[in-house]
Design a protein around this ligand. Structure first.
Ligand SMILES: [Fe+2]
Length: 400
């Protein structure tokens, strides 16, 4: 049986089913393994892992621990309650369909700029703020018109371009997040610059570590972690670089419980932008395909953030983020009560649990259907669960 325990309950002889630390480039060879000695337990705790999953059939048990299924039923209930109490206040001024066309142009422009910027940093050239600002302004304008267009597009990534595409995604998420937190446009744009540059320090980390397909050695892990402080130093040298962007770059790996790096800063010792950046960074990392793991579906990633909110993030900000992105974000493939697969095309005017969807495939009849838009707020159908597009061979982005 899979059980969830605190890492200080670990004993040699237990079998770890899931380290529960998908947010980082961790220094462990596997995510599942038998615990042979106290040394590995100390390493797990030092990494900042607070809770993890064990398999009681493959090793020692902890009697009173919650099972994986009990925990997930509980989490599902908490997220549903959160979604039900969240009121949707403002509707976007532009329809998703219209904005997707513009967002595609802005996205590819942003990708090119970041690509050049990162190569410049690698070659030791200074960052030119004047080249970045127009791109961030375009992203901000797109998000102000309809946040879901750019955010859903930035989920599409090519594996070998991860750092560039991740930078663009984190920029978009931070723009949307800081706007939702009520900041003025000029501050929102400063957060966007921070998003684009948050991993700039990685350009000072050797390529073989950055793209290593296997686990990092302890020394390599340390070098990888140095990117946050290196990035901060890089940004501090740029005339006119906003403090917001410097905070985001230097603090995006700090964790609310003080288990992060480089400063091991705790709680509100981390600036609010550092706290927002940590959430946006982890969400994008979890939903992206990496050399060593397949990306999670957004709904699953949001549940992970909610789970980790207890220790690693500011739980209140995680709730804001979940409500911003939606329980079933635009582009999510879902199974409806009627047995039809559909893609979420609008977050819904009334409830995060009842978005507007476009039908794709009838499961019982095994037939593609003529796409039809259904507003689930009218309660003619409802979502049973999210589905993996990979498992069904469906590209949801074709249906936006
Ligand atoms: Fe980072």
């Amino acid at each position: 049986m899979i059980k969830r325990i605190r890492s200080d309950q670990l004993l040699p002889g237990m079998y770890i089913h899931d380290l529960n630390c998908g947010w980082m480039d961790h220094p462990f060879a596997f995510n599942s393994f038998k615990v042979n000695d106290e040394k590995i337990i100390a390493k797990i705790i030092a990494t900042g892992i607070r809770e993890l999953y064990i398999d009681s059939q493959k090793g020692l048990d902890v009697d009173d621990a919650q099972t994986h299924d009990e925990f997930h039923a509980d989490m599902h209930q908490q997220i549903t309650t959160l979604a039900e109490k969240h009121e949707i206040k403002t509707l976007p001024p532009t329809q998703l369909k219209e904005e997707v066309v513009q967002a595609r142009v802005v996205h590819s422009e942003a990708h090119n700029v970041v690509h050049h910027l990162m190569s410049d940093i690698r070659m030791g050239k200074q960052i030119e703020l004047a080249k970045l600002s127009p791109v961030v302004e375009n992203i901000t304008d797109s998000i102000f018109r309809n946040k879901d267009a750019f955010i859903s597009l930035s989920r599409i990534k090519q594996k070998d371009e991860y750092t560039f595409q991740h930078s663009v995604s984190v920029c978009a998420l931070l723009v949307a997040f800081s706007r939702a937190m009520g900041y003025e446009k000029n501050v929102v744009m400063e957060a966007g610059i921070g998003g684009l540059l948050h991993d700039a320090g990685k350009m000072k980390v050797p390529d073989y570590i950055l793209n290593k397909p296997g686990p990092l050695t302890d020394a390599e892990f340390l070098e990888m972690k140095s990117h946050a402080a290196l990035g901060r130093e890089l940004l501090e040298q740029i005339p006119g670089m906003p403090e917001t962007a410097i905070m985001i770059t230097g603090q995006h790996h700090e964790r609310y419980d003080g288990t992060g790096y480089p400063g091991k800063i705790q709680k509100d010792g981390i600036s609010q932008f550092g706290q927002l950046a940590a959430i946006a960074d982890v969400y994008d990392a979890l939903t992206s395909d990496r050399v060593y793991h397949k990306g999670m579906e957004p709904t699953a990633a949001l549940k992970k953030l909610f789970e980790w909110g207890k220790f690693h993030f500011n739980a209140e900000l995680v709730e804001h983020f979940i409500c911003l992105i939606g329980i079933y974000p635009v582009g999510t493939l879902v199974k409806l009560e009627s047995g039809v697969l559909a893609v979420v095309v609008n977050p819904g005017n009334e409830s995060l649990l009842r978005p507007t969807v476009r039908t794709v495939f009838d499961i019982k009849q095994e037939l593609y259907v003529t796409p039809q838009e259904i507003d689930l707020a009218k309660k003619l159908d409802s979502i049973v669960q999210y589905e993996s597009p990979r498992n069904w061979g469906i590209d949801p982005f074709k249906y936006l």
